[in-house]
Write a protein that binds this ligand. Structure first.
Ligand SMILES: [Zn+2]
Length: 265
């Protein structure tokens, strides 16, 4: 199994969006009135060449942010974070560089529906199956957090976690039924967020997406700035902390120390 860690540009966020802060500010993660706290972090996507299919985990930024970011993200989101997508780094371009087209993808896995994970969906909507958890989908079209235009025209398929006993809440979904690709429910940052555990006879890798933003998140149990449930978010991080001592690799989506690379498991 080959895992290509790719960056579809970067996102500028408030530091408190990555690592929750407590203080006078009611919502520090918005970055409002806190201009000196901004940091740039990568927006990762993962292309997984598996013998049973070609998988993409999350889609990164859409090329539309190069021309009209405010329109693509919406005014509220745009006031909280900014994206940058250099030439050659959209998911369409990254697939092309590797000789693939969107229709070659067997699965697009959406860890959750925040903009920086689903923005590029328009580039890969010709994939055979686009999966999102039922928990995530039930809240997707409600409230202000998610931008519904990002999945307009795409056919998303929902899947149900099984009571497997795996993961922080004992729920997971075994994609191929052989334990090689397991989507593990790691709620807290969002309702239906999952991490992906990849296993071969030689090695294992955990992709935690936004369950934690960097190793400091699970080493010190610091939840992300945005959570739907702080206790669950911490429970998920505790599980990641324990996994980190068992698997060969752990990667967070927005870790500034991770460079694009390919790892063969
Ligand atoms: Zn994210």
């Amino acid at each position: 199994m080959n895992v290509h860690i790719m960056h579809t540009g970067k996102v500028q966020i408030d530091r408190a969006l990555a690592l929750k802060e407590k203080g006078w500010h009611p919502a520090p993660y918005t970055g409002w009135l806190r201009s000196s706290k901004k940091i740039w972090v990568p927006v990762s996507t993962y292309l997984i060449e598996h013998q049973k299919g070609l998988l993409l985990l999350d889609t990164g930024w859409h090329e539309a942010i190069r021309t009209n970011q405010r329109k693509h993200l919406g005014t509220l989101a745009h006031s909280m974070f900014k994206g940058v997508l250099p030439e050659g780094e959209s998911i369409r371009e990254l697939l092309q560089t590797r000789g693939y087209r969107a229709e070659d993808l067997d699965y697009v896995l959406l860890s959750h529906l925040d903009a920086d994970h689903v923005s590029g969906l328009g580039h890969v909507q010709d994939a055979s199956s686009i999966l999102v958890s039922t928990e995530e989908w039930t809240v997707a079209n409600r409230g202000m957090r998610y931008n519904k235009t990002m999945w307009k025209g795409a056919s998303l398929i929902t899947f149900d976690f099984e009571e497997s006993g795996l993961g922080p809440v004992g729920r997971s979904y075994d994609l191929f039924g052989d334990g090689s690709v397991t989507l593990i429910h790691t709620p807290g940052h969002s309702r239906g967020m999952f991490s992906v555990l990849l296993k071969t006879s030689r090695a294992s890798m955990l992709l935690v997406n936004d369950t934690g933003y960097c190793p400091q998140s699970w080493e010190e149990l610091i939840v992300p700035g945005i959570t739907v449930d702080d206790l669950q978010a911490k429970q998920s991080l505790r599980w990641v902390q324990q996994q980190a001592s068992e698997v060969d690799y752990v990667f967070a989506n927005h870790d500034t120390t991770i460079k694009p690379m390919t790892i063969t498991l």
